[in-house]
Design a protein around this ligand. Sequence first.
Ligand code: C5P
Ligand code: MG
Length: 165
Amino acid sequence: MPVEYRSGLGWDNHRTAAGRPLIIGGVTIEAEFGLDGHSDADILLHALTDAVLGAAALGDIGMHFPDTDPRWKGAASTRFLEHARELAEGLGFTLVNADCTVILERPKLKDYRVRIRESVAGILGLPLDRVNVKFKTSEKVGPVGEGRSAEAQAIIMLSRELPIA
Ligand code: C5P
Ligand code: MG
């Protein structure tokens, strides 16, 4: 059976805010500030959700979870990514791998690497060796570097068996 492969790209950005939790990839990070947003502002899960939707040509996160809809206020972003995965699987796609980068000046995330990978792998239904997370500072430059915001980037590969023509 011939197989098609689809890649999808995701990116997200949220402002930092005092008194908010810092949740990255579904994991709560110890910090004196968090990220502002309508939902739990999990930049990594939002970027991954857009990457899954992108690979399946299903638009973007705002189409599926409008931030004007009270149903999603304070929602755990795990639900967004689970839903995107279900939509892709409903079209016959299987996830192959995920790679992502979180750009955050502080705190250091490397001690959370295993927990974040396990969390993302669990939501995507992937083995750990198909999920990679990278962390970067912005070298004190720009809004991320000045600690005013944080960003995440993600890429997802999907595969699907094609019927023989
Ligand atoms: O941004 P920079 O290249 O200086 O980051 C060096 C390393 O520090 C990264 O490869 C990553 O392992 C770690 N890091 C981290 N948490 C951050 C930023 C970077 O653990 N918020
Ligand atoms: Mg977001």
